[in-house]
Design a protein around this ligand. Structure first.
Ligand SMILES: Cc1cc2nc3c(=O)[nH]c(=O)nc-3n(C[C@H](O)[C@H](O)[C@H](O)COP(=O)(O)O)c2cc1C
Length: 158
């Protein structure tokens, strides 16, 4: 079974979790980004990124330099923006050859409320079997991520 984690991360939280999970599972990762980069200030990110989510705007992705057809399963790593997944991941999931292979979902958020995000993504990724909800570094329960990651990895390995 050949797997890869494809992820988007603006401020490193999702990247940190994805790297750890990939190391524990012994699988590859691929970071994606949009052609038009997000602004540096959080307020501008909320305005532009949050706006893209609210208006379902699908941005252009930077070219992906990997042949994704060689993977049997794809895990997605995404932060929550505006209660939903990020525009870059929405752009990726437009490709059905990718979305059909998605079996794992790694979500990071500032507050831990992921139901709306999962609901918004689930139509496009009907084959999800594994899911983990993690908190960003600033959250007081951030330390719980380690245990959740362990459990997620055990589930995948079983
Ligand atoms: C534009 C924007 C919108 C966000 N909206 C939410 C939200 O609706 N709910 C939430 O819990 N966290 C929200 N967050 C916080 C991120 O989900 C959280 O910090 C996440 O771990 C960031 O991942 P990253 O560091 O990999 O980019 C938002 C962050 C940004 C930048």
């Amino acid at each position: 079974m050949k797997r890869i984690i494809i992820y988007y991360s603006l401020s490193g939280n999702t990247e940190e979790a994805v790297k750890l999970i990939a190391e524990l599972l012994g699988i590859e990762t691929l970071k994606i980004d949009t052609v038009k980069e997000m602004p540096k200030s959080f307020a501008a990110q909320l305005l532009i990124g949050g706006g893209q989510v609210a208006f379902n705007k699908i941005p252009k992705l930077k070219p992906i330099d990997k042949d994704l057809s060689i993977y049997d399963e794809i895990f997605i790593g995404t932060p929550i923006w505006n209660s939903k997944g990020v525009p870059a991941i929405n752009a990726l999931l437009k490709d059905e050859t990718v979305s059909k292979k998605v079996t794992g979902l790694i979500i990071t958020s500032g507050g831990g409320e992921i139901d709306k995000c999962v609901k918004a993504l689930k139509d496009r990724i009907p084959n999800v079997k594994y899911q983990v909800s993690l908190l960003d570094r600033k959250h007081q329960d951030y330390q719980q991520n380690e245990g959740k990651i362990k459990k997620f990895v055990e589930e995948v390995n079983n």
